[in-house]
Ligand binder design. Sequence first.
Ligand SMILES: [Zn+2]
Length: 373
Amino acid sequence: MDSKFAWAKINRSPSAIIKSTFMTTMTSPLNSSSTNSQQSSSEKNILGWEGFTLTLPAYWTLASFAGDRDKGNFRITDEDGTRVEVVWETPKGTPNLERSIENLSKAWEKEAKKKKQDFHLANNPPIVSKTRQKKEQLINFGWKGDNKDPMAAHGWGVGWHCAECGRVVVAHLVGRGRETSGTAQRLASEIFSSMECHNHGGWNTWSVFGFQVDIPENFAMKLGKLQTGKIEMEWENPRPADWWMTPKWWGRRPERLGVQRLSAANLVLIDQDMKTWAKRMVPRCNKKYLFTFDEHNSTDDQLWFTGKTWNLRQRLSETAWRFVLRRQHQEIRATVWRDEKDNKLLFAFFDLTSQNEHVQDDVLNSIATHTLV
Ligand SMILES: [Zn+2]
């Protein structure tokens, strides 16, 4: 049934959405405490992804994602399957949102007809009001299918064009057969009315499976690996396209930073202390860097490492340019600590220019391992 909502029709070339320059892999997020269906249904969790933030029932989780800030999509599931899909693009000119939504609806209608299923489009359902989301263009949509379909009996959504981030966003909630259309509409309205599509203040909140971190908006995600027991994310501040024209970029590597969260710290540290474990695991935990334990700056609660890039040629070139341009060394630092309360081990690394040194503390201070609201 997922193909019915695969959005393929709104994007003329669906493969382009998947085409991303970074690795996006994902397995079932079993590490997440939020998959526990015994949780109170009133508990909410924040999903933060590519500049979006959504407040969702705590047991709904990110199930797949693709693309980047300009163009991409993600899918959220509850214990049964797909619940919410969000897809976005950054058009060059003024988009015709009404036409896009119409085409999308027609594609669904055609698909339902082919399968001889009931399908009716709802006329302008009240999902998100223009006073709640002040967008350039905003269109609500909805459909009703077979009300006995347990997984997808109806659907409610909104599309908008945001003047601030320049994105066209289409968000869609799938209603279950056991839900009345009113209930699903209210849920869609609650989620999409408070959904943000861009940050305020230059930092994006990334929040997934109860792990949250703020990252400067000019850093783009390069690695997102959300696996059982381990979350790993990395971002890069890309060099400008014409970097070779600008001496300040010569012989300089792009800034990069990353975080990892490991579950079940008590099991990892069952027969070794954190220092022993970290000294063994951290040095080679990243393909790009080699880390060395920094005894001097480490404490019992927080361990520090210094790093250098694996790439010897790059290292030599950087040293040469540093000498010629009297430039400061771009430090690489990494740190490990334990969150006793949530039973997690955390790792973060920073490869930043001296002008952006403050980013390290800002990022570390923003990290939260418990985002239930
Ligand atoms: Zn926006």
